[in-house]
Write a protein that binds this ligand. Structure first.
Ligand SMILES: *[C@@H]1O[C@H](CO)[C@@H](O)[C@H](O)[C@H]1NC(C)=O
Ligand SMILES: *[C@@H]1O[C@H](CO)[C@@H](O)[C@H](O)[C@H]1NC(C)=O
Ligand SMILES: *[C@@H]1O[C@H](CO)[C@@H](O)[C@H](O)[C@H]1NC(C)=O
Ligand SMILES: *[C@@H]1O[C@H](CO)[C@@H](O)[C@H](O)[C@H]1NC(C)=O
Ligand SMILES: *[C@@H]1O[C@H](CO)[C@@H](O)[C@H](O)[C@H]1NC(C)=O
Ligand SMILES: *[C@@H]1O[C@H](CO)[C@@H](O)[C@H](O)[C@H]1NC(C)=O
Ligand SMILES: *[C@@H]1O[C@H](CO)[C@@H](O)[C@H](O)[C@H]1NC(C)=O
Length: 323
């Protein structure tokens, strides 16, 4: 008689009471992931054979949960997407994973790197969608941050007009793969007059210039492999961040297939993507004395001007910046 239940089931039953996940969520998770990988998720130190890509790495590969490492760009036919080529790992300090400028959050870190929210709160274009394989399916981008040309208040207006580096981002926080990692689709775009297409090699270069902005040294895209690692320190508003960066393969293809603007980004026999993703692990090393942990978190810098600036006024403003 089979009187002994399989040991993994036994372990699952034993630890059920200690799981804080509500039961409906557990059921959903179980339907999408095997019980053993669910165990890895909640008890990461226990299983001896946790796959490399489980939360030890700080994120779940989206394809494990039916998602994709390419976004879905609206209005593309056949459907095409952009690579999620940078991941802020869930192993980072929890404060950095929060989409906030307060308390040293994600937006404060990226102000230190040189990226900030869009020009005067304006946002052009339909959102892209991504499915991070976390059970949430395809969802709109959270926001876009742009290279600020050294000027956090108006530099992103220059980026909007002249082109430059930018990224859209999504958090992997669905119930079935909740790593809290932030997946970023980074690319270097052309000036607005050229329809904001992506420059040649602009996905790999956008990724590596962003990494270069963290390390304050240029990254040679052509020599990167899945063993490349870097580190750097950035600071903003008194917060100091130490970042470890490793390039990983296996999430993205080394290909142009399915890639938005693929044929103009990858030319002369080169693929649009080299297949590498930069994984950032960011730790806060200094919290300024004036930081107020109790201050209400600002989930996004308030865009008081959003929608209030008619396009004509905006173009006058931009002209006044003598771009
Ligand atoms: C996604 O964005 C589109 C276009 O702005 C909007 O119509 C839609 O409601 C958004 N979806 C969600 C779930 O917010
Ligand atoms: C995901 O994890 C975060 C941080 O641990 C938690 O606040 C959030 O409630 C979780 N979300 C889900 C859907 O389990
Ligand atoms: C920082 O970013 C800018 C804009 O993308 C880029 O021109 C510059 O080369 C980057 N710096 C480094 C050191 O990579
Ligand atoms: C970046 O490096 C340059 C020298 O290459 C140095 O002058 C500058 O101070 C560095 N910036 C930071 C923020 O460390
Ligand atoms: C690194 O890339 C090589 C191919 O260039 C591959 O054989 C190897 O499995 C990769 N290693 C990891 C850890 O992904
Ligand atoms: C806190 O102090 C830092 C300097 O250490 C300063 O840059 C920052 O603006 C201050 N923040 C606030 C909220 O006053
Ligand atoms: C991508 O594939 C090309 C061949 O198509 C190869 O030369 C290149 O080394 C590959 N890049 C990486 C990072 O593996």
């Amino acid at each position: 008689m089979s009187s002994t239940p399989p040991s993994s089931l036994l372990v699952l039953l034993l630890c059920l009471p200690s799981l804080t996940l509500p039961l409906p969520a557990l059921a959903l998770a179980t339907s999408r992931r095997s019980p053993s990988s669910l165990l890895h998720q909640f008890w990461p130190r226990h299983p001896p054979n946790a796959p490399r890509s489980e939360p030890a790495a700080g994120y779940f590969p989206p394809s494990d949960g039916g998602g994709a490492q390419l976004t879905e760009a609206p209005g593309t036919s056949p459907p095409a997407g952009e690579p999620l080529n940078v991941i802020l790992a869930g192993t980072s300090d929890p404060a950095v994973l929060v989409d906030s400028q307060a308390d040293g959050g994600f937006r404060n870190f990226f102000l230190g790197v040189g990226f900030t929210s869009e020009c005067l709160g304006q946002h052009e274009g339909a959102p892209q969608l991504a499915n991070l394989g976390d059970g949430n399916g395809y969802v709109n981008e959270t926001a876009v941050l742009r290279w600020d040309y050294g000027d956090p208040s108006l530099g992103t207006c220059r980026e909007t007009v002249q082109g430059g580096n930018h990224f859209r981002y999504w958090t992997q926080n669905g119930a079935s793969a909740n790593s809290s990692a932030v997946f970023m689709a980074t690319s270097y775009e052309m000036p607005i007059a050229e329809g904001h297409n992506i420059v040649v090699n602009g996905y790999n270069l956008g990724r590596d210039w962003l990494v270069g902005n963290i390390t304050n040294s240029s990254i040679d895209t052509s020599t990167l492999t899945n063993t490349s690692t870097f580190s750097g320190t950035v600071s903003y508003a008194g917060f100091v961040y130490s970042t470890s960066i490793s390039y990983v393969s296996g999430l993205l293809g080394n290909t142009s297939v399915g890639v938005n603007h693929g044929s103009t980004v990858g030319i002369d026999g080169q693929n649009a993507l080299d297949g590498l993703v930069a994984v950032l692990d960011v730790k806060i090393t200094t919290i300024p004395k004036n930081a107020t942990k109790s201050s209400a978190p600002i989930t996004a810098p308030p865009p008081p001007l959003q929608g209030l600036i008619p396009p004509l006024l905006l173009s006058l403003l931009l002209a006044a910046l003598s771009l």
